[in-house]
Design a protein around this ligand. Structure first.
Ligand SMILES: Cc1cc2nc3c(=O)[nH]c(=O)nc-3n(C[C@H](O)[C@H](O)[C@H](O)COP(=O)(O)OP(=O)(O)OC[C@H]3O[C@@H](n4cnc5c(N)ncnc54)[C@H](O)[C@@H]3O)c2cc1C
Ligand code: FES
Length: 264
């Protein structure tokens, strides 16, 4: 996998500790598929040694830009979020598998929790352009209104959009999975695609299974190599064994994972 030098072109704090960033990387913009990620060196030196993975939020092939959403949670993301436009990022990617093509049907549900919105914006965009006969019904959940970032980007690419916050400060009070439960009871989705916290993914997987709807989840796990060589990112597989998030995923069919082991 080649390492690409990508010049940072945009870095804007769009919510507390949440940065929308863009880099000029035409090869990645042309090749990336929704659900794939970039493995990014977060500083100019080898400290920290390990790269950090980020989902591709969207691409602009015409200008060669790739967009990421970065939530500051520790040292690596703090360093990355502190970089100014003009800095050069060392990037590997696009890596991993993307979301599988929607099964036959009229509409799909996209369920995002927090930063899980990033790959689903790209996926909603791709469904609208490539599978334009399919309606996109999106749900975005966040703890509070101020960290409900990128909701306009998802809403603009959806035929229907629902927002939830845990404190009721925006949209319906509750969880994204509560909204999914209500929709599954009265709609006939071809598939559910989800990205967000483990607990949310587990509930989405259970709800979709109960409704007989295929469910695909984009899983996050700390990574080292990013290309399947070190087993640093494994998650428990249904029926035993492990799957590598970086190379077997990060998108998995929900039934491929051992949810009891994964979500604890
Ligand atoms: C495929 C994939 C896509 C991702 N996409 C995005 C994205 O679009 N936007 C975004 O902000 N983040 C995304 N992440 C998570 C991001 O990679 C981590 O938040 C980041 O690596 C943390 O680095 P750090 O040095 O700041 O934090 P660290 O100092 O390494 O960790 C700080 C805290 O975060 C936890 N943590 C570290 N890595 C992860 C992880 N991968 N998943 C869950 N918790 C973790 C640690 O346990 C610790 O509690 C993605 C992860 C994966 C695997
Ligand atoms: S990070 Fe090395 S195998 Fe996935």
């Amino acid at each position: 996998m080649p390492h690409i030098s990508a010049r940072l072109t945009w870095n804007e704090e769009i919510g507390p500790g949440h940065h929308l960033m863009a880099a000029h990387a035409p090869q990645i913009a042309a090749a990336a598929r929704p659900g794939q990620f970039l493995h990014v060196r977060v500083g100019p030196t080898h400290d920290p040694l390990l790269r950090r993975p980020f989902s591709v939020l969207r691409v602009d092939e015409a200008s060669g830009q790739v967009w990421l959403l970065v939530k500051v949670v520790g040292r690596g993301t703090r360093l990355l979020a502190g970089m100014a436009p003009g800095a050069v990022l060392d990037v590997m990617g696009p890596l991993g598998c993307g979301f599988p093509e929607p099964p036959p049907g009229e509409e799909v549900a996209l369920v995002a929790g927090g930063c899980g919105v990033a790959p689903l914006i790209f996926w909603a965009d791709r469904i609208q352009t490539t599978f334009s006969h399919i309606r996109v019904v999106s749900i975005l959940g966040a703890a509070t209104e101020d960290v409900m970032v990128c909701w306009l980007d998802l809403a603009a690419r959806s035929d229907e959009f629902y927002a939830t916050t845990e404190d009721g400060s925006a949209g319906e009070r509750g969880l994204a999975s509560d909204a999914l439960r209500g929709l599954l009871a009265r709609r006939n989705f071809a598939a559910v695609y989800a990205c967000g916290p483990r607990g949310m993914l587990k509930v989405c997987a259970e709800l979709a299974r109960g409704a007989g709807v295929p469910c695909f989840v984009a899983v996050e796990e700390a990574m080292a190599c990013g290309v399947g060589a070190c087993l640093g990112c494994v998650v428990p597989a249904a029926g035993g064994g492990y799957l590598r998030v970086c190379s077997d995923g990060p998108v998995f069919a929900a039934e491929a994972l051992d949810w009891e082991a994964l979500a604890t």
